[in-house]
Design a protein around this ligand. Structure first.
Ligand code: AMP
Length: 111
């Protein structure tokens, strides 16, 4: 099982901010901003490259849920949502995840 599947299952501890039957959100262990949350599907999907017509509904569910997670985390000034896909983007965990970053003025450099 991958590390995020284990977090979703509760086998690896994490500081969860939201969870339901399909989605889990928890604080990143190595934060890149004052608020850094990861949102994942419970279902193992390796990356954006593995999103299909059959499984893309979970991506919509995640984006429907992100605003309330951001609000709960106090990100009233705005936030950035990022997903890294593959080696060139430095994806380090092969389980689809969306970073929510905020809590300060973020750089306008995207890469
Ligand atoms: P990425 O580099 O886009 O694949 O992002 C993976 C993220 O997962 C990194 O920001 C890591 O700090 C984070 N991460 C890895 N293991 C854990 C963990 N056990 N708990 C929380 N965050 C983690």
């Amino acid at each position: 099982m991958c590390v995020f599947c284990q977090i979703a299952a509760g086998d690896i501890p994490s500081k969860k901010v939201y969870e339901d039957e399909q989605i889990c959100a928890f604080y990143d262990v190595n934060p890149q901003a004052p608020v850094h949350i990861l949102v994942i599907p419970r279902e193992h999907i390796a990356s954006v490259d593995a999103v299909t017509k059959e499984n893309s509904g979970i991506v919509a569910r995640i984006f429907e849920t992100i605003p309330s997670i951001a609000q709960k985390a106090g990100l009233s000034g705005g936030y950035r949502v990022i997903t890294n896909c593959g080696a060139d983007a430095c994806q380090s965990v092969p389980h689809l995840h969306f970073h929510i970053l905020g809590g300060r003025q973020l750089s306008d450099a995207m890469a």
